[in-house]
Design a protein around this ligand. Structure first.
Ligand code: 5GP
Ligand code: ZN
Length: 138
């Protein structure tokens, strides 16, 4: 993809702070980190989002995450990490080349992942039925 910023990084056309490169996956520091060490794990093949990414490619990404995330925690002196993936514009996806965020965390670092709410009586059961029905009739 000519106009994809991550394809350009993969090709070496624009610089990035690369922390890992394997046969199928590359990882580099996010240019605007949530916290120091915030890393993007990116398949070398261009796919728009997680749902259009083939199974084997997604598995390679997960393998890379399992390898890289502990190294990030160790290198940053943190205690844990979040894995994030924004799927679709409404979810905050800005770069339409599949990528996972690894965000290192420490206890009480003030980062709020997402707010919680409550279902009204009967709403959770209704929602469950809708999702199960959608899974049964793709
Ligand atoms: P998204 O919102 O699509 O899940 O995340 C895209 C991420 O890519 C953002 O966190 C943004 O800071 C990062 N990003 C965008 N352009 C560049 C770039 O040119 N280099 C690097 N290293 N990160 C980028
Ligand atoms: Zn791309």
């Amino acid at each position: 993809m000519n106009d994809c910023v991550f394809c350009k990084i993969i090709k070496g056309d624009i610089p990035a702070q690369k922390v890992y490169e394997g046969q199928h996956v590359i990882a580099f520091l996010d240019i605007a980190p949530t916290s120091p060490g915030h890393t993007l794990v990116v398949p070398k093949a261009h796919h728009e989002n997680l749902i259009t990414t083939p199974h084997d490619v997604a598995c390679h990404c997960l393998d890379a995450i399992r390898k890289i995330a502990p190294a990030i925690v160790s290198a940053t002196g943190t205690e844990g990490f979040n894995i994030g993936l924004n799927n679709g514009q409404a979810a905050g996806q800005a770069v339409f080349h599949t990528h996972f965020h690894i965000i290192p965390r420490i206890t009480n670092d003030g980062l709020i992942n997402w707010p919680h709410s409550k279902y009204k009586p009967g709403e959770a059961e209704k929602m469950q039925k809708l999702i199960v029905h959608a899974l049964d009739s793709p």
